[in-house]
Design a protein around this ligand. Structure first.
Ligand SMILES: Nc1ncnc2c1ncn2[C@@H]1O[C@H](COP(=O)(O)OP(=O)(O)OP(=O)(O)O)[C@@H](O)[C@H]1O
Ligand SMILES: [Mg+2]
Length: 444
């Protein structure tokens, strides 16, 4: 366990993904907290006074203005103030509440939401003071230098961390399965990616990624339910009462028709409702989808909370087929330019040095929640084997579903519990001396 100021302290490990956040203590087997990264916020207009010499500062910044004494040239203005709610997992509803996530294309887009997630994870869920623990955070392999610098500033300036380290997700996922070298294929929330990791370093030129992860798949499922059955799931917050309906009949629900439901809230709740269907009814065939074969497989009955129920046959295999054959089975944006996840993996292998390729194929790490569809690993294995016959292929992934959802976090937990971790981290003294740019030298 690393020591800080003479005391042994656990590092905090934070893996904020585009869909879920995992937070916990280094050295533990599982994160203490696992919650959606999309959080609620209500925006209200705040009356502020913009001073003549600094329009970016509001009333609070000017002593004169805070006394209600508006100086010459100052003017009244309104500013949007957000109140955040990180407790939306249970679908708590508030009038006018929007739901938003911190990431776009795998990197931080909304720093306010990102910061709120840190605060919520540390203060409310882990009940710790970040200023007393070294912190390890994950980042996408394609994160930019500017965003990394901002991350370091957040850690040292806002949260006063004593030490900080940021590590690329594929490296952490490899560590999470006990490997230092391998090809990491991560099918997560809003993206799918493949990347070679060599001796604990991410080989940037081998990164292949695309915007087709679990969230786009959920949107695709919603659109297919609409196309096939003219059905749109009714979110729980909107169900007042329901009566049982026959199979494939539209649900008979009395709605609450609450005022102030925003589009983002409605869409997020519909997505969350569809997760259970996606995660329990959908499967991937071991071979490319063929309708007659899929129909010969067991059907699965599924009832949505609003009472809509059907027996799903070929459809439950056709939906996740989008991951392996997006051109034919995915109807979302940019489908024409997407490739199957096995193809992403192959392109990443081909982009690596020829001597390394056998080692990568011998160590393919599957990570990310969307790799959990039953049949995913078998299909991946077969597709890669067919593409490179004769190769010695070996797939690694944690056996338990829970661990597969937190593989990268687990890697952070292992990294943070190494006795040598303090040689890696950026200390506050180093940050004070070199500034945020030290991150590009230290965290490779
Ligand atoms: N059993 C399951 N079957 C299919 N999909 C699943 C299963 N469990 C979780 N998922 C999906 O996995 C996705 C989230 O994956 P993950 O937690 O790896 O993403 P993330 O780390 O938040 O995002 P990213 O790393 O891509 O930014 C969600 O869309 C979720 O629906
Ligand atoms: Mg992830």
């Amino acid at each position: 366990m690393p020591t800080y100021g003479g005391d042994e302290v656990n590092a905090l490990v934070l893996d904020i993904g585009s869909a879920y956040t995992r937070a916990g203590f280094a050295g533990e087997d599982l994160p203490k907290a696992y919650f959606p990264s999309h959080i609620g916020y209500v925006e209200t207009d705040m009356e502020v006074t913009e001073t003549a010499d600094d329009p970016s500062k509001g009333a609070g910044a000017s002593p004169a203005a805070s006394d209600g004494d508006v100086a010459m040239g100052d003017r009244a203005a309104t500013r949007k103030e957000r109140q955040y709610f990180c407790d939306t997992e249970g679908g708590a509803w508030r009038a006018g509440m929007e739901i938003g996530g911190p990431m776009e294309d795998g990197v931080v887009k909304d720093w306010d939401i990102y910061e709120k997630i840190w605060e919520y994870a540390f203060k409310t869920r882990l009940r710790v003071r970040a200023e007393e623990h070294p912190v390890i955070v994950s980042e996408a392999a394609w994160n930019t230098s500017e965003k990394r610098a901002k991350l370091v500033e957040l850690a040292f300036e806002k949260f006063q961390c004593p030490a900080f380290f940021v590590c690329k997700t594929p490296v952490l996922a490899a560590f999470g399965t006990g490997r230092h070298t391998g090809l990491v294929v991560d099918i997560g929330g809003e993206s799918a990616s493949a990347c070679a990791v060599y001796e604990g370093y991410c080989l940037t030129k081998t990164i292949r990624r695309q915007a087709l992860g679990g969230e786009q798949l959920t949107a695709h499922i919603l659109s297919q339910l609409k196309a096939e059955f003219n059905y749109e799931p009714t979110p729980l917050f909107d169900i007042k009462s329901k009566t049982p309906t026959d199979i494939q009949r539209l649900p008979a629900v009395a709605r609450r028709n609450r005022a102030g439901v925003t589009d983002s809230y409605l869409s997020a709740m519909r997505h969350r409702l569809t997760l259970e269907f996606k995660e329990s009814a959908c499967e991937i065939l071991e071979r490319p989808f063929a309708k007659s074969y899929a129909e010969s497989k067991p059907h699965k009955p599924f009832e949505f909370p609003d009472g809509f129920n059907a027996s799903f046959s070929a459809m439950r295999y056709a939906l996740p087929e989008a991951l392996f054959n997006p051109k034919d089975y995915y109807l979302g944006p940019g489908a024409g330019s997407l490739v199957g996840v096995h193809e992403l993996a192959l392109r990443s292998v081909v982009a690596s040095d020829i001597d390394l390729r056998p080692h990568l194929l011998n160590s393919v790490v599957l990570a990310g929640g969307s790799s959990l569809f039953p049949g995913f690993a078998d299909r991946m294995s077969l597709a890669l084997q067919e593409a490179i016959p004769g190769s010695r292929l070996k797939l690694y992934c944690p056996t338990s579903a829970i661990e597969r959802k937190v593989t990268a976090w687990l890697g952070g937990s292992i990294l943070g519990s190494l006795g040598t971790f303090h040689q890696l981290w950026i200390s506050r003294a180093e940050y004070d001396e070199h500034g945020a740019s030290i991150v590009d030298k230290r965290c490779l």
